[in-house]
Design a protein around this ligand. Structure first.
Ligand SMILES: [Zn+2]
Length: 114
């Protein structure tokens, strides 16, 4: 079954190579760390409530994007956590000032909007 192994490895490499490494999700208590790490979505939890999500702007501008998760405040994002450790945010993230980044965050992947 050598041909099968070769084909499998080839397929695997094609798949992994094409897909960017997903963001990992880190749950933090009450406050964000002083220094955020790239490719990480931080979720701030306070008293059992998901308060906000934060990440370094994926465009590379080094600014921190904050997404409120509390339904009583506006704007508000919905966070879905997946069993593989990734997360999805809804609706899209749009930084209207500065760099103007506009993207969807789905299953740990940044999908840019035009
Ligand atoms: Zn940016």
């Amino acid at each position: 079954m050598k041909w099968f192994q070769t084909a499998w490895h080839w397929l695997l490499r094609l798949f992994v190579g094409r897909k960017a490494k997903p963001y990992r999700t880190v749950i933090v208590n009450e406050a964000l760390p002083a220094q955020l790490v790239a490719n990480t979505l931080y979720v701030v939890e306070d008293d059992g409530f998901l308060e906000q999500a934060a990440m370094l702007c994926p465009c590379g501008c080094k600014r921190i994007l904050h997404m409120n998760l509390l339904p009583d405040d506006r704007p508000c994002w919905q966070l879905t956590q997946h069993p593989d450790g990734t997360a999805t945010l809804h609706p899209s993230v749009w930084r209207k000032k500065d760099c103007g980044s506009h993207f969807w965050f789905r299953r740990g992947q940044v999908i840019w909007c035009e």
